[in-house]
Design a protein around this ligand. Structure first.
Ligand code: ADP
Ligand code: MG
Length: 448
């Protein structure tokens, strides 16, 4: 068994980078307290923190530590008032973060700006509309909805609006929040009257409210109700609201009509996949930004092959650049093709009829395990690897979101699914047997 302290450190890192904000705050308060006969003992500084953390995060923590350890690890939470300070590394990290110039509105991610967004044929209308909104918040195009497929720059534009306003109107209160965090925060607030009123006042007293990925609100009736009132209050007082969604509002299901009507007011703009020239301009700009040296022929190959998702385009550039650094020589076209073999799946393929069931069946057959084992909780090494690979393949071959994939896997949560995807990505280049398994199963699926 690995050392429980290091397993906890790794789990905490993953949880902090993947859980919604409302949960992250609890993870940060946890200290490692010890290993009691294989039980991971975690401490919180007060009974309140212990019960809240347990209620909100126990399942996430148990899943993550067991996933990392490769077998079930029982977790116990205790109260230890002397352990006020969370892990020392985390403190140092936070100090480092504090010494960097931070945005006044800390919910914003400063890496996104209008300056580093390439407006092409597909996005210039949305880009210009967002700029106008940022220059005159609350006056024109209110509300505004940006919609389009995965990885096309919705979050980038939304955050750019926030950053621009933050820079030019420092007194304005801006909140950027994903619909998922909004939902979790709302649920958390239901614990007490004070929290509910704090939640309401937080969201109803902003000048600019930016909500990302509102498709997440489907079927979340009470959150929709709360957002409806927030929306009306902000709208009536001419505060700016900008939303993003992965599809046009008319295609949303399980969202009340009155909320849909609100979303459709104002301006709705779409982002389309970029044409080749725009993809090349984006690739060149990402290389400049990150200092990647990639041969023009290779860039051309990437931009030809990845044609509907800018995030994947970026991912390919990062993969090749890391490879070049590792082997200490430039990437040739042949190497690029080989390296990106498992990466470049023409998004057209995502529209194919590959289902998660098919992926699980093929993977189970390859590893000689049962379908239900892949969906289940067994920590057997072989089964765990098969499970990680099925999840990874579902993420690249189907258009399901991580949460949706989780539902197919007997209700695993988004964090566990993300862990599996990251795990396979991180070993794909170095582990020949994994690469071979992924390649074989994928080819099998693609060739019917
Ligand atoms: P979405 O929210 O639509 O899924 P993101 O905004 O997260 O997509 O974009 C994915 C990645 O692609 C981000 O790193 C973003 O900076 C980059 N990106 C997308 N479109 C552009 C663009 N037109 N110019 C520069 N970068 C872009
Ligand atoms: Mg996004």
């Amino acid at each position: 068994m690995g050392n429980l302290e290091s397993i906890w450190q790794e789990a905490a890192e993953h949880l902090e980078s993947s859980l919604p904000d409302a949960k992250k705050q609890w993870i940060r308060r946890i200290s490692y307290s010890g290993d009691r006969d294989g039980t991971l003992v975690l401490s919180l500084s007060s009974p309140f923190y212990r019960s809240t953390t347990e209620k909100n995060c126990r399942i996430d923590i148990e899943n993550m530590v067991s996933e990392i350890a490769g077998h079930d690890i029982p977790v116990e939470f205790i109260v230890d008032p002397s352990r006020k300070a969370p892990r020392t590394e985390r403190k140092a990290e936070r100090k480092a973060e504090q010494s960097e110039p931070v945005s006044r509105n800390t919910t914003l991610n400063r890496q996104y700006s209008f300056d580093n967004f390439i407006a092409g044929d597909n996005s210039s209308f949305a880009f210009n509309a967002c700029k106008v909104i940022a220059q005159n918040p609350g006056t024109s195009f209110n509300p505004c909805l940006i919609y389009g497929g995965v990885g096309l720059g919705k979050t980038h534009l939304l955050e750019s609006i926030g950053n621009y306003i933050d820079e030019h109107n420092p007194k304005m209160k801006i909140i950027y929040v994903t619909a998922e965090s909004f939902t979790n925060e709302f649920i958390d607030s239901l614990m007490s009257k004070e929290k509910i009123s704090a939640f309401k006042s937080k969201y109803r007293n902003v000048d600019v409210l930016l909500i990302d990925d509102i498709h997440f609100l489907q079927k979340k009736d009470s959150t929709q109700e709360e957002l409806f009132h927030t929306f009306n209050e902000l709208y009536d007082s001419h505060k700016q609201i900008v939303l993003t969604c992965d599809r046009p509002i008319t295609e949303l299901t399980d969202i009340t009509d009155r909320l849909k009507t609100r979303f459709r007011k104002g301006l709705n703009v779409d982002l389309q996949p970029p044409a080749y020239e725009t993809r090349m301009a984006i690739a060149l700009q990402k290389c400049r930004e990150k200092g990647y040296q990639i041969d023009q022929k290779v860039l051309d190959y990437i931009c030809q092959s990845i044609n509907t998702n800018v995030r994947d385009l970026e991912g390919a550039l990062t993969t090749l650049s890391s490879f070049a650094t590792l082997v200490g020589k430039p990437v040739t076209l042949e190497i690029a093709k080989e390296q990106l073999k498992n990466f470049i799946v023409s998004p057209a393929i995502r529209n194919n009829d590959i289902t998660i069931d098919m992926i699980i069946q093929k993977t189970a057959a390859y590893f000689n395990v049962k379908d239900y084992d892949i969906r289940g909780k067994s920590r057997n090494k072989n089964i765990t690897l098969a499970r990680h690979i099925s999840i990874y393949l579902a993420s690249i071959l189907t258009s399901y979101s991580l949460s949706e994939i989780g539902k197919f896997m007997n209700g695993k949560d988004h964090t566990t699914i993300m862990y599996s995807v990251e795990k396979i990505k991180s070993i794909l280049d170095t582990d020949e047997s994994v690469r071979q398994a992924v390649g074989t199963i994928k080819n099998d699926l693609l060739n019917g």
